[in-house]
Design a protein around this ligand. Structure first.
Ligand code: IMP
Length: 436
């Protein structure tokens, strides 16, 4: 009914645990494809005692037989990608053309993008976004601007690269010096550095859209791996406190170069609470000891930046919207925690209130900083749950909490994660994973 493909996307503000879900489905797929974002993403996969933090390389790299694709919609930082490849190789994971393909049409994040990102944020002071400073916004801005952009294919031809940099670098230098008094970049040094990246990456650079369309024609299963989360989507998130790409399932066709109808089964990933990095409204935030407890228990510190994440209760209003927008067939519920003897209750936000009005439907133009939350309280459970492998082994309070999330989001919970390990997973009511 859903075809053989699967799309795994975040339904909150990122960091939902998508890496673990992709790892759980990758063995059934021939391809795992990133289609949005860049090195701002941080996907963590834990195998035994080994923890892998991936930023640009898709999470399928740890599964034999999977071809990992960095699609055209990604902004690609070759320095970060090659560092990641070297680190994986050092740890015994072989990376090469047999398991990694990078789109020649992906746009390249250059050092001046990172400088522009950092300095713009500094200049904005209290008005800043709280970006990851990975150059994401400035690189997508150049993509939209076109004339100042460099794509991965440009790195493969030294004369093209030299010509592009000869045009672009003086403009970047003048702009950055004029706006922020920044030091100039040396076009020739950049050419040498990025040509070398091009030489190393060349065997892996492909027409990835064409590759995927051939795979579709051959019936080979694909997993589309989302970055960030719906509420950080440039169009549908909490603008302007968002990232610069289309991170929902709606972004897959354009960002991967495939027709919309091939998304397949959509798994929306959520945590049993909410976290957010960076600035911007966060209705269920607990800027108190509850938030501190959630942060400690969920190890909520950024994979990419190490920043402590803001934490709060599960927001069913936002998740229902995100699930509807991406057409989620089921939820994967990650980081199911226990109350650890310190939390008496888990709260779920079931509606917002704004100027005396009850709001049950999320609208991305709402003044979210002014809404208050209507909560429902659920008794916390205190027994450790990390050993549970079947739904029935969870405490009754936890089972009721999961059931209530299903009701409020109108989706079955397919998978429940009770710890970091690959095996710490309960397959509950999955229409996709169970049928493996
Ligand atoms: P940028 O993508 O670096 O421009 O950051 C814009 C906003 O998105 C900031 O609030 C970041 O903290 C947030 N963000 C970007 N990528 C991620 C992610 O992978 N997880 C969580 N937040 C992210």
């Amino acid at each position: 009914m859903h075809g053989t493909n699967v799309t795994v996307i975040g339904l909150q503000w990122g960091d939902e645990g998508k890496g673990k879900v992709v790892d759980a489905v990758a063995h059934r797929c021939r391809y795992v494809v990133r289609y949005c974002g860049g090195a701002n993403a941080g996907h963590t996969v834990t195998i035994g005692q080994e923890r892998y933090a991936l930023h640009l390389i898709p999470s399928g790299i740890l599964t034999d037989g999977v071809v990992n694709v960095v699609g055209n919609g990604v902004v690609f930082d070759p320095a970060v990608a090659l560092e990641e490849i070297d680190e994986l190789t050092r740890r015994g994971v072989k990376v090469g053309p047999h398991n990694l393909a990078v789109s020649g049409c992906a746009h390249v994040v250059m050092p001046y993008h990172k400088v522009a990102d950092r300095l713009a944020e500094q200049r904005l002071g209290n008005g800043k976004i709280g970006t990851t400073a990975r150059g994401i916004g400035p690189c997508y801005a150049d993509k939209a601007m076109r004339s100042l952009a460099i794509r991965v294919c440009d790195l493969l031809d030294e004369s093209v690269l030299a010509e592009r940099l000869r045009q672009i670098v003086p403009i970047k230098n003048e702009t950055l010096a004029g706006l922020y008094g920044a030091e100039p970049f040396d076009a020739e040094r950049l050419r040498r550095e990025y040509a070398e990246y091009g030489r190393r990456l060349a065997p892996m650079v492909r027409d990835t859209g064409g590759l995927l369309r051939e795979a579709i024609a051959a019936g080979e299963p694909i997993c589309f791996e989302g970055g960030q989360g719906c509420m950080l989507d440039i169009d549908h998130g909490t603008f302007p406190f968002v990232t610069s790409s289309s991170v929902t399932a709606c972004g897959v066709p354009a960002g991967a170069g495939v027709p919309p109808k091939v998304l397949g089964y959509v798994i929306g990933v959520v945590k049993c609470y909410t976290s957010r990095v960076g600035l911007g409204p966060f209705p269920t935030e607990q800027d108190n000891e509850v938030g501190e407890l959630l942060r400690r228990r969920g190890r909520e510190y950024g994979t990419t930046t190490g920043r402590p994440r803001r934490c709060g209760w599960f927001d069913a209003v936002a998740v229902r919207y995100a699930a509807d927008l991406s057409g989620a067939d089921e939820l994967a519920l990650m980081l199911l925690l226990d109350g650890e003897g310190q939390l008496e209750r888990f709260r779920i936000c079931v509606a917002y209130e704004l100027d005396g009005r009850r709001i049950e439907k999320f609208d991305p133009s709402l003044p979210l900083e002014r809404v208050s939350c209507v909560y429902e309280d659920h008794p916390a459970w205190h027994e450790p749950i990390g050993q549970a492998r079947r739904f029935e082994e969870l405490p009754v309070e936890a089972r009721e909490y999961v059931g209530r999330i299903e009701q409020l989001t109108c989706r079955p919970v397919g998978l429940i994660s009770v710890g970091l390990g690959r095996d710490q997973t309960i397959i509950h009511r999955s229409g996709w994973i169970e049928s493996a």
